[in-house]
Design a protein around this ligand. Sequence first.
Ligand code: C2O
Ligand code: CU
Length: 563
Amino acid sequence: NKTHHINWCVRSEAVAPDGVMREMVLVNGEFPGPTIRAKRGDVLKIHVQNDLAAFNQSTSIHFHGLFQRGMNAMDGVPGVTQCGIPAGEDFCYVFDLTQSGTFWWHSHSRLQRIDGMFGGLIVYDPEEAYVLGRDYDEEIFIVLHDHYYDLGDANMNWYLSKESAGFEPVPNNVLINGQGVTECDRIPNRYSCKRGRPRLPKFQFERGRKYRLRILNASAFAEIDFSIDDHVLNIIEVDSTEVEEFSMHSIAISPGQRYSVIVEADSNFESVYMRANMQNTCFQYRPYGYRSDLSIVVEYSSSLTTAFTQMARLLFRRWMPPTGTLSSRWSDVLPPDECVDLDVVSLKPKIAVPAPEPDVRYVISPKTMQFDRMHLAPFAFVNRTSFLPAIGAPNLHVALGLVNASDTVPVPTVSGRQNTAHWGGDQLVTEIPLGNVVELIINNDDDSAHPFHLHGHDFAILRVYAETKAGIGKWRPEYVSSYVLDNPLRRDVVTIPKLGHAVIRFRADNPGVWAFHCHISWHLAAGMMMQFAVGVSTIDHSGVTNQMLEHCAMERDLGTKLL
Ligand code: C2O
Ligand code: CU
C-alpha cells in the first residue's frame, strides 16, 4: 500500500475559463483542481497551505463520499469537525482509503467550492466489478459545472439581500473540465472578455474501444443533463455504488452526484457532440449574457480509412460540424423536464443489500426563502433551524468535551430558537446511538429541488416523489407500501424533488458528527444543514491534532467566524 504525499497551496488567481476574466480560488493554480488517483488501502497525506491572505479567508477540504470511518476529524467541515485553516496557516489531512469508486474533494468553507476549489478523487480496487484493461480500455474523467462571473461572496450577498427576493444567483455559463465558450457581445462590459477561438477540452474515441466516463457535477446550483450524440451511456456506478448495467442516452446529474458510464465507441460518424445542458427550467430567472448549454466535439481517431477525413477536418474544421445527432438512434427515453434524479427503481446495486429496518424515524423539512424578522433576508432552514455554528467550537470538539460551546463567543440565532442540547449556535444536531438505523422522511415544500448529501455514510433510497401542485406532495403513511425494500439504490446525494418528498435509511455505524445538507451552494451557505452526532461516547479523540485546536483558539481570539 502506497502513501501519497500531496502538497496543495490554496491561492486566489485571475483566470478566464471561458474567456471571461475573474478571480478564482484555486489549488496549485489549477482549474479544476488536481485529480487524485489512488488505490483502495492507500494512505493520503494532503498538506494544505492556505495562501488566501488577500481574501483573509480560512479554508478546509472535504473528501466527498469518503466515510472517514473512525476518522471524523478528517471530514473537513468547518464548524462541525474542525475550525477553518486560517489564512497563512497550514494543515495536513491524513487518512486511508477504505472504499473504491468515483469521489471528489472540495472546500467546505464559505463559497470557495464554486470559486473553483474542487477536483476529482478516483479510488481503484482490483475487486471492482469493472476493471481497467479488462472491462474497458480507457478512462475519462469529466467534470461538469455551472460557472459564475462574480465571486461567490458577491453573489451570496446579493442572495441574502432583499433585492434577490429569494431567487438564487443563476450561473452565467456551463463548463466541461473547466472550459467553455462565451459570446463576448452578450456579456456586460464590466467583465473583461477575451475574443477569439475558445479553448475547449478535446476527447478522442477510437472505434471499437470501450471508455469508462466518470462524470461529476460539481455545480453550485444547476442540475446538468449529460449526453453524447449517437452513443449509449451504460451506467455502472452511482456515487461510488456499483450498479447493474442500465442504459440511458442522457443522464440528469445533480450537484455533488457522480456517475460512471461505459461507452462503446461504435458510431459510424466521424465526430459527434458531447453535451452538457443546465436544467434551466429549475432557474427562476436568467441573467443577461447567460448561456445554459455546451457542446464539445468528440472525434474518432486513428483509423487509416479516415486519414482523408481527418486531413479535411484539419483544413476545414470550422465548416464541418459533427454529423451525429442525438435523435439518430434514440427516441424513447427523454430526460425529465424537472430537477429529479434518475428513477431509483431502475438502478440496482450489484451487491444487493435489503433496506435495514429502522430504529428511529425523523421527518425533515428543508426550506429556503423565509424572510427572517430580524435580518429581513432569506435564509435556508432545516426544521426551522439555520446552521450558524459557534465560534471556535466545532461540534466534534464539543462532543469530545475539548471545548464547551457555551464558553465561546455566542453567535446570533436566525430562527430565534436555541438548540436545547449542549450544541452551540443555532443548529439542529440529532444524537443517534451507534448502530441505529435512521429513517429520514424529507418533505420539500419549496418549488425547487434540494440535492441532500450525507457525510460519513451512504443511504438507501426507498422512495422519491415529485409533485407539481403545492401542498399535496408531503409523505403520507400509505406510501410505505410503495417503498423499494429488496435492493434499494445506495448513494450519498439524493435530490428531493420540488413540492415532493423522499424517504431514505442509513445505519449510523460511524462514530462522529456528520453533516447532512443541501449541496446547492447558496442553500448550504444560507444554513440548510443539520447534523447527526453518531455514537458520541465512542468517538475517537486521536484524530483531533494540536494544530486543529490551535486553529480553533485563533478563531476564538479573533471572536469572529473564520468560516
Ligand atoms: Cu460535497 Cu458537505 O459536501
Ligand atoms: Cu437546496
